[in-house]
Design a protein around this ligand. Sequence first.
Ligand code: GDP
Length: 290
Amino acid sequence: MVLDDLGSSLRGSLDQLRGKSRLDEEDVEDIVKEIQRSLLQADVSVDLVMDLSEDIRQRALDEEPPGGTSARDHVLRIVYEELVDLVGESTDLPLEDQTIMLAGLQGSGKTTTAAKMAWWFSKKGLRPGVIQTDTFRPGAYDQAKQMAERAEVEFYGEPDNDNPVEIAEHGMEELLDVDVLIVDTAGRHALEETLIDELEQIESVVEPDRNLLVLDAAIGQGAKEQADRFDDAVGIDGVTITKLDGTAKGGGALAAVDRTDSSIAFLGTGEEVQDIERFEPDGFISRLLG
Ligand code: GDP
């Protein structure tokens, strides 16, 4: 399926290859240019696009097409394999007891994602709970509580306490019987020291098995710095890209995956608790190129 999508997005340059059994440099360059255009439009960082281009060039010209394979199919296969390598595999999330902490800037979609993930785990037969520690953003408590109710999952928060570390501590004591604990944290408008300090303190209380960085699909070059800061502070094990139902393709988030040496866990595709998909490379590649 994704090879068909890939084929149609590269139609112009692939048509030139009709009837050819070998590729020349010019053919490869035309294909690389088209891929570059699509990926840059999807906000994939220039560095990543350049690395991918170089890999495609080398392989397309060096590797001998397997017997009977046309030049078209050969290059299409290489482009596909390199794109899979670029976007990576899905973050491993075993269906077992675990604690997951969410990190990210304000508005990236953490609170929504916490409820969505809890809903997702509940559909897998586990018993999830959400701890809401965002005391910074007005309305975060009510929003989180309502969403947890809609997802029909356990919830802990304290609307009148402004100490997120205390709330995390109490939440850990209250939600002892859940299988998957999802800890929502406060963001800030920018990468402030207070945000990082708070996150480190919450982390030391909840001792998460995994930390996921939540990024808005519209993120561009800012992804690198955010990824570096959060990774230095608490270690990032996976990325969730939200708001993919909008026009943004989310390619900027790949820089965060690359910097943190992690992978993508989930995609957010709307405002409701059910609007969540597990990341899988083929669908994301089709989206990136579409
Ligand atoms: P937080 O500050 O990181 O907790 O962000 P929120 O979870 O409050 O999300 C910020 C805004 O983005 C809210 O209005 C959400 O409804 C919206 N939002 C979050 N995820 C998605 C998504 O996948 N699609 C759309 N369309 N909106 C989203």
